[in-house]
Design a protein around this ligand. Structure first.
Ligand SMILES: Cc1cc2nc3c(=O)[nH]c(=O)nc-3n(C[C@H](O)[C@H](O)[C@H](O)COP(=O)(O)O)c2cc1C
Length: 437
């Protein structure tokens, strides 16, 4: 039997994940347009990544004054971007974040199926429920849906989307010029969905897509997030700081699959890793110091305040502890991660924002290729991860160096592919194509 292999996603974000990346001399100086993203996608494909992945928010988050010091005002629609990148790549998967809270299931099911058709079976959907009132206010609401409510909408949304993707049988399309039949109506099903949140007649006006369904990705780690993931997700992205925490999450989530009649390998768990990489440890530490020095305290604090649930932390002493945080309606699991990290390591507010400004709570590694590969191998072989979502702190250089230095190291250890074997995202991840229900 061949050795198990690590899956890798390239989580791409403007000029990099580090809050201050855009100010680093190696960051691009101009607009973050198609040429920049095409180069990133092609580099990731050269590195044989399973997929590239884009996050998304539906608002300019934070105050205008603070946002003005970040790249948050330059975010392209990820689904459109990926549809464009499909034509300049051939094998790599294309995963877009899209919110279930502020979208319509018919339109979205159709868009993802379209991406799957246009890319030859490479589409993936990172389903999020959105987290902020600022997003709600762009869609006619004052406040975001309550946590439980938005997960209840998400549960129904995904069922509608899956039903729509199964509108046609795989061989429904005859395109028979002689008989005049384009498709066989016996092979078509109208959904007729009437639920608590959505009413959708269907069917979808598209053949079943190459992957049957786009790959379903989920990234919420709260209790309702895990319930949704156990039932529906095929990939889970998660922020984990420690091997023990990652392993606990992994065992918990995999253990929930059986009650849905699912096998453990039908869901791949991929924690985020932000590698601050150099040819040597010294070079990596030097780069990390350069990036960290560029963080303005008020920006670091604002990022922390926003992600930790919205309490304005600038009112507390920078060199004092993290205060008690009120329960969050936003990212519950991320708030828990910040509290846990601050208490475990006894961090001041300043130390905490410095720890999380690089990768928003994901694990940051500073080292040479061997150190980074050692970490990935340790988590993988301890049963804490099936793969990793790689979050370069600085782009494009951080992805270039990962492909040049870490990928060969993983290959040498027999942990990573030397060529793509299949053509779809499901092939890369080792996921089966869903039967039509
Ligand atoms: C790798 C990763 C990427 C994420 N990307 C997004 C995103 O693009 N947009 C978003 O609203 N939430 C994003 N999230 C947040 C989650 O989807 C989720 O909304 C958040 O963790 C809160 O959910 P919870 O309360 O279930 O933990 C991401 C989370 C992770 C781990």
């Amino acid at each position: 039997m061949s050795q198990a292999q690590i899956s890798l996603g390239a989580f791409l974000m403007g000029s990099g994940h580090h809050l201050a990346a855009w100010r680093h001399p190696q960051a691009p100086s101009g607009a973050l347009g198609l040429a920049h993203f095409r180069r990133l996608a092609q580099t990731a494909e050269r590195g044989l990544f399973d997929a590239i992945f884009f996050a998304d928010n539906l608002a300019l988050l934070g105050s205008n004054e603070l946002a003005a010091h970040t790249t948050h005002g330059e975010v392209l629609d990820p689904l459109m971007l990926l549809a464009t990148l499909a034509s300049s790549t051939e094998r790599i998967g294309l995963i877009s974040t899209v919110s279930t809270s502020y979208n319509d299931p018919y339109l979205l099911a159709r868009r993802f199926a379209s991406l799957d058709h246009l890319s030859g079976g490479r589409a993936g959907w990172n389903l999020v429920t959105s987290a902020t009132d600022q997003e709600a206010q762009n869609f006619g609401l004052d406040q975001h849906f309550e946590h439980a409510d938005r997960y209840s909408r998400a549960e129904e949304f995904i069922d509608v989307a899956r039903g729509l993707w199964d509108s046609f049988a795989d061989d429904a399309f005859l395109r028979d010029k002689v008989s005049g039949r384009y498709f066989d109506p016996q092979q078509l099903r109208t959904l007729e969905h009437r639920g608590e949140h959505y009413r959708v007649r269907g069917p979808l006006n598209q053949p079943r897509s190459p992957q049957g369904h786009p790959v379903l990705v989920q990234a919420g780690s709260s209790e309702p997030g895990k319930v949704l993931a156990a039932r529906t997700a095929e990939v889970v992205f998660t922020a984990q700081q420690t091997l023990e925490g990652a392993r606990e999450f992994y065992v918990d989530l995999k253990g929930r699959l059986a009650e849905h009649g699912r096998e453990p390998d039908e869901l791949k768990i991929m924690p985020g890793i932000s590698p601050v990489l150099g040819r040597t440890q010294d070079e990596a530490e030097d780069l990390y110091a350069q990036l960290q020095e560029l963080i303005e305290p008020q920006l670091g604090l604002a990022l922390l305040s926003g992600m930790a649930g919205g309490l304005d932390l600038s009112r507390y002493p920078l060199d004092g502890p993290l205060p008690e945080l009120p329960p969050s309606n936003a990212m519950k699991s991320r708030q828990a991660l910040f509290i846990d990290l601050a208490r475990r390591e006894n961090l001041t507010l300043r130390q905490l924002y410095l720890r999380v400004a690089g990768a928003r709570g994901h694990c940051t590694l500073v080292g040479g290729p061997k150190q980074i590969a050692d970490h990935l191998e340790a988590w993988f072989s301890a049963g804490a991860a099936d793969g990793f979502n790689i979050m370069p702190p600085l782009l494009p250089s951080g992805l270039d160096s990962f492909v040049e230095l870490v990928v060969p190291e993983l290959q040498k250890r027999g942990l990573y592919r030397r060529e793509y074997r299949g053509s779809t995202l499901r092939d890369h991840l080792g996921l089966r194509r869903p039967e039509r229900r």
